[in-house]
Design a protein around this ligand. Structure first.
Ligand SMILES: *Cc1c(COP(=O)(O)O)cnc(C)c1O
Length: 421
């Protein structure tokens, strides 16, 4: 192996250089603060900081907050941030004008839109999802069902193929995450939304691993509701506000249970009774998180003028290159690809299983290659098309190959578990 890697890696280095040279999105990498000596392939968990977001935060703190104080609600447009930031995300996910707002967390937004969807399908008591969905989505649905106390139940498919059979005339909502957080497998949003509609159900999509990673067409694919995350591929910073989408056809009838004053028709009239605002604004709850929304707003500048088809093309090329490089350089060491090989069926990440995945992940981080571990045995690498390069993909593949060949990951210090993996 030690003899094979240098020869092979020369060949792969040439390929990576050629691909980086041909990459039209390459200039965007300069917008990001990428730590020296680190190959960051975890933008699907926490996106990188843009220089623009850093500058904007400083300005918001020093000028808008520090000097402007309360006048900034109007003068700096703080009060419009959920709608303004929402409109910018709308372009990335194919939402109609006025159908998307940025607010709260993904979990909280799921609660709001799921409650709203269930109320639009009275008489139906089943929420269909997948066992492999991101747990918070399932937990929030469970909590909502128990709060409603009307006999709502969650039916979970063990495999994507089982979903169609689970959607019946009892189903109120089909609730899915478009790109699976562990495997990166992508659902066909148009086909599954159509299936839900044919059976009288509504389709709710979680775009946590799609927004900013690939083109999404919420309007064209017939989604009824959607939610998504601000701190992954949108690079809004740790705990960034999330977003929610309500199809225009549902906005007049939709009600949401967290009926706070920012979703009121006239919040500054201070009336005792609740009257929902028109449109998606009624899905807002309390005072917007101004610092966080400002950082997300500035981070979205990186997407300005980016053709989402070109972004997808780069993402597919990166993941394809990485899969091929890992399989060529690490053959025989027990890595198993769990991400769909067919590009159309995967998002912008690549996952492998390995019996020592946790230790391998820790050893990789020690070498400056940051991916992450997902229980029980998955090594996950996210490819953020705005800033990741083919050189990043190759460097990760070579480092994995070296660690596997040397077995350095077996070192005792790589076995200890941290709280956040
Ligand atoms: C990351 C992620 C979330 C995160 O929810 P938070 O409320 O931000 O903690 C939710 N759903 C999916 C599918 C995710 O991948």
């Amino acid at each position: 192996m030690a003899d094979v890697i240098p020869a092979l890696s020369d060949l792969w280095t040439e390929r990576a250089e050629a691909a980086d040279h041909a990459d039209r999105l390459r200039p965007l990498r300069a917008l990001f603060h990428l730590p020296e000596g680190m190959t960051y392939l975890d933008g699907n968990s926490l996106g990188c900081l843009t220089y623009g977001a850093r500058a904007r935060l400083r300005d918001v703190v020093d000028r808008e907050w520090g000097t402007g104080l309360i006048a900034s609600w109007n003068q700096a447009g703080w009060v419009d941030l959920p709608a303004r930031v929402g409109a910018r995300i709308a372009r990335l996910v194919g939402a109609e004008e006025g159908a998307l707002v940025a607010c709260d967390s993904t979990s909280v937004n799921l609660f709001k839109v799921l409650a709203s969807a269930l109320a639009l399908r009275p008489g139906r008591r089943v929420i269909v999802s997948e066992r492999s969905n991101f747990p918070t989505d399932l937990y929030m649905a469970e909590g909502l069902a128990s709060l409603l106390n009307q006999g709502h139940e969650l039916r979970l498919a063990d495999h994507a193929d089982e979903i169609p059979a689970l959607v019946t005339d009892e189903t109120a909502v089909l609730m899915l995450t478009q790109a699976n957080y562990r495997t990166g497998a992508l659902h066909d949003m148009a086909a599954l939304s159509r299936l839900a509609h044919e059976r009288g159900a509504l389709a709710l999509w979680d775009l946590a691993h799609s927004a900013g990673a690939l083109p999404v067409d919420l309007a064209g694919d017939g989604a009824d509701f959607a939610i998504g995350c601000g701190y992954k591929y949108l690079n809004g910073g740790p705990g960034a506000p999330a977003f929610l989408y309500v199809a225009p056809r549902h906005q007049a009838a939709a009600r949401q249970p967290l009926s706070g004053w920012f979703g009121h028709a006239a919040p500054f009239a201070f009336e005792a009774g609740y009257q929902p605002a028109s449109g998606v604004t009624r899905f807002l709850t309390g005072t917007p998180s101004v610092l966080a929304l400002s950082a997300l707003d500035a981070a979205l500048d990186a997407f300005d003028g980016v053709d989402m088809a070109a972004l997808r093309e780069k993402s597919v090329a990166l993941t394809r290159f990485f899969i091929a490089a890992v399989e060529a350089l690490c053959a025989g060491h027990g890595l198993q690809l769990v991400t769909p090989r067919e590009p159309a069926r995967r998002g912008s990440q690549v996952s492998f299983t390995h019996p020592a995945a946790y230790a391998l992940c820790q050893a990789l981080i020690d070498e400056g290659v940051v991916g992450d571990f997902r229980a029980p045995d998955i090594l996950r690498f996210g490819f953020a098309p705005l800033y990741n390069s083919f050189a990043d993909a190759l460097n990760a593949a070579i480092t994995i190959a070296e660690l596997l060949a040397s077995k350095r990951y077996e070192d005792e210090r790589f076995q200890r578990r941290n709280t956040v993996t």
